[in-house]
Design a protein around this ligand. Sequence first.
Ligand SMILES: Cc1cc2nc3c(=O)[nH]c(=O)nc-3n(C[C@H](O)[C@H](O)[C@H](O)COP(=O)(O)OP(=O)(O)OC[C@H]3O[C@@H](n4cnc5c(N)ncnc54)[C@H](O)[C@@H]3O)c2cc1C
Length: 467
Amino acid sequence: MSNRYQPSSSQWLTDIAGDLPPVRSLEHDLEVDVAVIGGGFVGLWTAIALKELEPGCKVAVLEQGRCGAGASGLNGGFVMSWWPKIGSLVGICGADDATWLAEETTKAVMALGPYLEQHGIDTEYRQSGWLWTATAPAHIGAWQGCVDTAARLGHGDVFQELPADEIARRTGSPAHIAGIFEAVNATVHPAKLGRGLATIAAKLGVEIYEETRVNKIDRTRPARIATPRGTVTAKRVVIATNAWAANVPELRRQFVCVGSAIVSTPPIPGRLEAIGWTGGESITDSQTTVTYYRTTRAGRLVFGKGGGRLYYTGEPGETAFQDPIGIAEAEADFRRVYPMLADVPLERRWSGPIDRTYDSLPLLGRLGDAPHIAYGIGWSGNGVNSSRIGGRILAGLVLERRERWTENGMVDRIVRRFPPEPFRYLGGCLVRGAMARKDRSEIAGCAPSGLDKALASLAPSGLEDKG
Ligand SMILES: Cc1cc2nc3c(=O)[nH]c(=O)nc-3n(C[C@H](O)[C@H](O)[C@H](O)COP(=O)(O)OP(=O)(O)OC[C@H]3O[C@@H](n4cnc5c(N)ncnc54)[C@H](O)[C@@H]3O)c2cc1C
């Protein structure tokens, strides 16, 4: 499964390694209406949306490794609405577009299960809701801005505050001392979702070329795309390359690549039952270096930690996929939250790249000097569900449709840029260190230093609604 570009040993990719279809690479020149670069969730949903909107459109996906083996095969599998980001959304698009987009993400979560079922694809989709919790007194109420904004927009029913004892009971650990519940959210097996989307796209007539790295995009009209053994001539192009988009000059300073790491246990259904975490809820805490965890159909516990190390601008290297420091931090938090599982070993450990923007929402637009080239990047650790919305927007953009999907405040937005290197990297490391120290102090019940608080506040926004 692993190759030079996507080295990984995620639980998910390991699970499906025996069921992969043979690789088909591009071995000739090709002419298409739309070339989609990147075969993760974003590229695949875009290709699917294009064929659903215009079945006659000739679409090719060009993927440097295997489809779904980038961030899409490494993540936590949380299928989330955009309601936890509603404050930032309102800041970007205004109340009307923000409400509409958040509603669309809710609909997308609910539609995903039936859509996959209709195509005969099992991704272990389970709609059991999501708990946003506090594991330290300082976290309590981290969600309040978000809850209030949703209520102000007429969606006071999105989040439900639960009593502390219920939070502890449903999560299987008294480490959780408060929290809210968003019932709509779901979980999936992300690698099964990636392969499933590739299957649907192929059935709709999308040509998928794997192990076909795009080395250069010539911005002529039509665009000429160089791959190792063939040139693709495309009227339109979609860049859906996640953190690899650092090689596109216009996009390089609009996001940073940070790490997120995950550990997983062997199947322990009896132990999950003993602690009471049987409802399938996904859980996130309120640290600035956020932890996120869930169970799987086989009864594994999968525990992740975001806000990890910062990478110098460039394409993700090997350490982004196997970062020992991030993995150790994820394991430490797992042991802290579930001390009663101290004897349970870990089966897999991995990490992956996050394309993080300043406001934690994606960048969807067209290149200024080449509007026939669209991009959808910057998912900021929240792309499993929103990639479907993004794919619909990108399909609308390349088909030049004038509709709400292409004419809302998220499209072609001007965003705050990160400083150039080496200032971005050095400053980012300072901020990241302060975030980690602040989190450790708060969990230990101590007040973080004023300097750490001030530095941590410079971090790109996370779950906590700053809008
Ligand atoms: C550890 C981790 C945990 C996460 N947890 C969650 C979660 O629980 N819920 C959630 O919503 N989100 C989560 N995310 C984020 C989510 O995985 C991403 O937002 C989502 O997968 C983005 O999809 P994508 O298609 O943009 O990226 P990718 O899946 O990375 O796809 C981009 C593809 O582009 C290909 N590519 C790059 N350059 C080239 C090139 N030059 N030529 C051809 N192909 C190229 C890559 O090989 C890759 O396959 C997590 C991410 C990580 C890393």
